[in-house]
Design a protein around this ligand. Structure first.
Ligand code: BDR
Ligand code: CA
Length: 301
């Protein structure tokens, strides 16, 4: 069984990832740590608490960062995920479920110290909380089992970006945090658009989920109406890519994915701000400070 902390900005596909992780017997969802991104930090946290309460999760919820570590915030992606993050579905204002008193980064530090080598951090939003945890306690690099990130785009199969021609949303939202997380010496697997844009939920598949997967299937169908409208009108696709649930799928069965090893860096400013790159040719360049020390891998298929 894989013990995970899911760091997330719910978010429609984030909700799919949370429900997937919670339902799968190969995963023990220990906690949901929240971050701004698809929604404001307050809405993202409220949405996570709403899911916890609605489905009776035992997972803790800890509230995370409200903004990136260096760059100015870009604001919630209302056009993709709706005003409060779950499309046309709005969580009730008053909830009984409550967040852990600790900020997300501290929750992460405490959890990995309590169970060294046991916990996988799965990050499917901007990487701010992970960067803050690294900053506060760099030793966590040797206490975490693995870091699995949904984010970035490495040009494999032509995928380079979704919010700019050269950047994916999660990395673009906090490029400095992402570079910190990718260059720390812990094992990192990055599942980017290279894989997630090759994977697709059709309208028919979501209808089937509504009909066959009980109340949870109905809920996923409900929140995905807004998402499908965005995909249809702005992307020109009848269905949606499978971003965040792909990171959970990797934890459940890594053999589904083909990986490529090599150090990863992020462009932190300029026109390619948030662009992710991997050095994978093993060559020694004249000016080469890319650290080859860590186990850094990206999904290519
Ligand atoms: C990522 O950005 C968000 O909109 C999604 O939740 C996903 O994590 C895809 O680029
Ligand atoms: Ca997300």
């Amino acid at each position: 069984i894989n013990k995970i902390i899911l760091d997330t900005d719910p978010g429609i596909d984030d909700a799919m990832a949370i429900l997937f992780a919670q339902a799968h017997p190969a995963i023990e969802l220990k906690a949901i740590t929240t971050v701004y991104g698809n929604a404001t930090i307050d809405n993202a946290t409220h949405n996570a608490l709403f899911l916890k309460q609605k489905y009776g999760f035992s997972a803790d919820v800890a509230k995370g960062a409200a903004k990136p570590i260096v760059r100015p915030p870009v604001g919630p992606t209302v056009v993709v995920h709706g005003e409060t993050g779950f499309g046309d579905v709005h969580a009730p204002k008053a909830l009984t479920a409550q967040a852990d008193p600790r900020p997300a980064y501290q929750y992460i530090i405490d959890a990995v110290n309590a169970e060294p080598g046991e916990i996988t951090l799965v990050a499917v939003g901007p990487l701010t909380n992970l960067a803050l945890a690294l900053e506060a306690e760099p030793e966590i690099v040797s206490l975490v089992k693995e870091v699995v990130v949904m984010g970035g785009a490495f040009g494999v199969n032509g995928h380079r970006g979704n919010v700019t021609p050269y950047a994916e949303a999660n990395i673009h939202d906090d490029p400095h945090a992402a570079d910190k997380v990718f260059t720390a010496s812990w094992p990192v697997v990055v599942i980017g658009l290279d894989v997630t844009e090759e994977s697709f939920f059709t309208r028919e598949y979501l209808d089937q989920l509504r009909d066959d997967a009980g109340e949870v299937g109905q809920f996923i169908w409900d929140i995905s109406r807004y998402y499908l409208k965005f995909y249809s009108e702005k992307v020109g696709l009848e269905g949606c890519h499978v971003h965040d649930p792909s990171a959970i799928a990797y934890v459940i069965d890594p053999t589904l994915f083909t990986l490529r090893e090599g150090p990863i860096r992020v462009v932190t400013d300029g026109p390619a701000e948030g662009h992710t790159m991997q050095k994978y040719d093993g060559r020694k360049y004249l000016h080469d400070d890319w650290q080859d020390n860590a186990h850094q891998r990206i999904g290519v298929a």
